[in-house]
Write a protein that binds this ligand. Structure first.
Ligand SMILES: [Zn+2]
Length: 298
């Protein structure tokens, strides 16, 4: 019995969700779900009516990500919609043992993970693999939605552009930020403008762009917006390559730590020295911590 955990531990942000999606791909793509065990009525929301029946017998056609949601496409015309909430994770248990270990797999050897008190959903696949969804805090969600209507799902229809997609550009941000007196930090976290960009990465983007989280969103000049877009893509891609930021409790299969967290320039570094000679400060903006260097971020 091999066990693999495919997840981060705390508050997955977009890179962690992308990491989980990539980890699930070799397990799920082309696989047939033969049975679904639901060990409770729901997670953050109740499971929809006919959820287990709708998944049983379906074959997975592919996986995609939108913001922090994972879509598992099925040959039934429906998609399984998954959000990991704060503590959601997937573990695979396969009879064949640990297979095709890749960058995004984390071997634990903890087979009891399949029967823990927080294991809420188990997908039994045709080849004997069990895919277990665990979620201690149960802020995650699952839904079964007609694939053709995904864009109109109530949780998805108001989402802004993908930070790694073609929709994000300096021109797009200029239009959205025009006349906005809201702090830049809040505007970047607004999911209706950019979907899936979270607190940690916004702090890092603003640091790299040398922009204060407090300045008015509407005051950022075109060349700085251009720079910011580049940093958003770079930072998210770097984090995805590192396997996400919140995987520090797991070791990569090569024994390395593989954590983007070790590379944070400002996030969670209050009181530490900035390369410019300034000191990193923490302030609270709309209930979230902002970490920045008041000396070099203007
Ligand atoms: Zn500085």
């Amino acid at each position: 019995m091999g066990a693999q955990i495919i997840t981060g531990l705390t508050m997955p942000e977009l890179p962690e969700v992308e990491t989980v999606k990539r980890g699930l791909e070799p397990v799920l793509r082309g696989a047939r779900i033969i049975r679904v065990e639901l060990r409770r009525e729901g997670l953050r929301f109740p499971f929809p009516k006919g959820f287990a029946q709708g998944l049983s017998g379906a074959r997975v056609t592919g996986l995609t990500r939108r913001a922090k949601y994972i879509f598992v496409g099925l040959d039934t015309g429906f998609s399984l919609l998954v959000h990991l909430g704060m503590t959601g994770r997937f573990t695979t248990l396969s009879k064949a043992g640990v297979q095709s270990l890749g960058e995004f797999y984390f071997e634990t050897g903890a087979t009891e993970a399949a029967d823990g008190p927080h294991d809420h959903v188990v997908l039994h696949l045709e080849d004997g693999t069990r895919l277990v969804y665990s979620d201690p805090r149960r802020f995650g969600m699952m839904d079964l939605v007609e694939t053709s209507g995904l864009d109109q799902h109530k949780l998805l229809r108001d989402l802004g552009v993908e930070p790694l997609g073609n929709g994000l550009s300096a021109g797009y941000l200029a239009a959205k930020f025009k006349g906005k007196a809201a702090p830049l930090k809040a505007a970047l976290l607004d999911q209706r403008i950019i979907a899936g960009l979270g607190n940690i990465y916004v702090c890092e983007v603003l640091y790299r762009a040398k922009l204060s989280p407090k300045r008015k969103a509407g005051s950022v000049k075109a060349d700085k917006l251009e720079e910011m877009v580049r940093h958003i893509r770079d930072i998210l891609n770097e984090a995805i390559l590192a396997g996400g930021s919140t995987l520090q409790d797991f070791q990569h299969t090569d024994g390395g730590q593989g954590s983007y967290q070790q590379r944070f320039a400002v996030y969670d570094r209050e009181g530490e020295a900035c390369a410019c000679g300034g000191t990193i400060k923490r302030i609270v903006q709309s209930g979230r911590s902002s970490f920045y260097c008041p000396k070099c971020q203007k």
